[in-house]
Ligand binder design. Structure first.
Ligand code: SF4
Length: 560
């Protein structure tokens, strides 16, 4: 056994390598990015002879999961990584993949972002596991992240279903010591024998769906016996039951001593859940005599909602739905939030005990880096729109932006975007706004987001020749998640878009530079006046990517 200090995300990656991983695919997204970065950095070091691990970023989460299905079909173990909203993009192969006779273990590692530190919503991936009828493992520390990842591959091969591994921001990005186990060999190449297991033609799909439903009994038994689903009834006060899951279990334990003191030494009965489907029999046993149940789960009320159908009406359930833990139903848990939910007074710390109150620190809203190319692009867009329609409020314009660093252009001093919804939405929304009758409509999207899911909406707009302008901010990199490589180099964007059928006269490539502000504004304005579809690509490398590239060149002796 070896010891290593790893981030939660890194522990997942190492667990996968040690489980005999053959291939991993993903799309970057906070807080999941470090899983694939670790795999890319370490895959070759961990290879056995002739058994290379392939670890690659993909155009989007759907293509990543589909590639992983192909690996599984060939009998090898595969992992897919993404953030929670990425699972929406991969939902089609997820829902259908659960019906297949998975051969090589397939693990979908998804990192949720409760509290929306770097996301557009708080969705909880455990819902997706239940929706797809597949098991879910929810680690509560880095050691479990490692061991549960290893286990997830075996589980996938045992029940022939994909397995969802649910991470959360605080676990993904915190480092701790873990103990590792010996590395397992990769599976041999062995194509699935019954190919009808992998064909979702209606007759086969109906059969496979019945089989998936039948698997639920075995999965329920597995979950009931799983050591991560720990039921504590012995010598406990069974009139109060506490159910915790994932990180919620840690926050509860931090407050347990005070909670027990506040209850005159009575320790409540407890069930911690780390493996799904829900261990329903354990829940029923826990709550046999309970008058009140407190549910402490990070994310959305996945367990709490199910309890309302499982338990008698007389039992009071306190959790997110009831506005108890946390009090206002939204946001991330932490030990203080849980403490408040348990009805305990705020903790005193060294400073408050000494009567010291620290001054409130000024807020530090996120900003574009000084000198960011997007800043110059936004200046140009802002000026072009103001020149077109100087009326206050610009009622005849729509400025639809997208997900990436450039979303920060919604904040002062730029304040350009009027909508930011999800990856790729800027293009379709711009089309809709133009077709609804707004005159000057712009979609604003980064190069990698365009390839991720903006390109399909551009095809729609080209076919309809929608009077709108798509502005692609090409900074040559996936900047927001730490400068991962984009799928296509900058010089490939022009031929790609022309290949989709855009009129070449209305495809402009402009350098995003301050001295070119007037010139670029004039060109952009002309395209906005054009009553058909145009695409304007603003090009300049992200400063962070530039710094990293120069540093790497220096280290490799390629530049000075
Ligand atoms: S990381 Fe790059 S793209 Fe993002 S704000 Fe900084 S310079 Fe701009």
């Amino acid at each position: 056994m070896n010891e290593q200090a790893l981030l939660g995300d890194e522990a997942v990656a190492l667990g996968a390598i040690h489980a005999g991983l053959s291939a991993a695919y993903g799309y970057p997204g906070t807080p999941s990015t470090e899983i694939m970065e670790y795999l890319i950095d370490n895959a070759s070091k961990e290879d056995g002879a002739g058994n290379a691990i392939r670890a690659q970023w993909c155009t989007n989460e759907k293509t990543a999961l589909e590639a992983a299905l192909g690996v599984s079909f060939a009998g090898k173990r595969a992992m897919v990584t993404m953030k929670h909203v990425g699972l929406n993009v991969a939902a089609d192969p997820l829902m259908n993949g659960s019906l297949l006779g998975i051969k090589g273990g397939l693990v979908i590692a998804v990192a949720d972002d409760p509290g929306m530190h770097s996301s557009q919503n708080e969705q909880d991936s455990r819902f997706y596991a239940a929706f797809a009828f597949i098991p879910c493992l929810e680690p509560r520390n880095q050691q479990e992240a490692y061991t549960m990842t290893r286990e997830a591959f075996d589980l996938s091969e045992r029940f022939h279903v994909p397995v969802l591994l649910r991470m959360c921001t605080r676990l993904s990005h915190a480092r701790s010591q873990i103990q590792t186990e010996p590395k397992r060999n990769q599976n041999p190449l062995s194509k699935t024998e019954d190919k009808t297991q992998w064909m979702l033609l209606p007759a086969y799909a109906k059969r496979n769906y019945i089989s998936l439903i039948e698997k639920q009994t075995g999965l329920g038994e597995w979950s009931l016996a799983h050591p991560a689903n720990k039921l504590e009834l012995e010598a406990r006060d069974t009139f109060l039951a506490v159910i915790t899951s994932g990180l919620g279990g840690n926050y509860y334990e931090e407050n347990l001593e005070d909670f027990v003191k506040s209850r005159f030494g009575k320790v409540p009965a407890r069930l911690h859940i780390g493996a799904y489907p829900l261990p329903e029999d354990s829940i029923r046993r826990l709550c046999e005599k309970a008058e009140r149940v407190i549910v402490i789960e990070e994310g959305q009320p996945v367990i709490e909602e199910r309890l309302r159908g499982l338990l008698p009406q007389r039992i009071v359930i306190e959790g997110r739905l009831g506005g108890n833990v946390p009090v206002n139903r939204t946001g991330e848990l932490d030990p203080d939030v849980v403490r408040r939910g348990l009805g305990l007074p705020p903790r005193s710390n060294v400073l408050s005990a000494a009567g010291i109150t620290l001054p409130k620190l000024p807020g530090r809203p996120p900003q574009l880096c000084q000198g960011c190319p997007h800043a110059d692009s936004y200046e140009t867009i802002k000026k072009a729109v103001q020149d077109l329609d100087p009326a206050e409020g610009h009622p005849n314009t729509a400025l639809n932006a997208d997900i990436g660093c450039y979303a920060l252009g919604a904040l002062p001093p730029y304040s350009v975007p009027e909508s930011i919804v999800c990856m790729g939405a800027s293009v379709g929304m711009a089309r809709g706004a133009a077709e609804a009758g707004l005159k000057y409509v712009i979609g604003i999207i980064g190069d990698s987001t365009f390839l991720h899911s903006g390109i399909t909406a551009l095809i729609d707009a080209i076919v309809a020749d929608t009077p709108m302008t798509l502005v692609i901010l090409d900074n040559s990199i996936v900047a927001m998640t730490g400068c991962q490589q984009t799928m296509l180099a900058s010089d490939k964007l022009r031929p790609l878009i022309l290949g989709l059928g855009l009129n070449p006269e209305h495809l402009l490539e402009l350098e995003a530079k301050k001295p070119l502000l007037e010139e670029n504004t004039g060109k952009l304005k002309r395209e906005l006046e054009y009553r058909g579809l145009s695409v304007v690509i603003f090009k300049r490398e992200c400063l962070e990517a530039f710094r990293k590239r120069k540093k790497a060149e220096k280290e490799n002796g390629a530049g000075d």
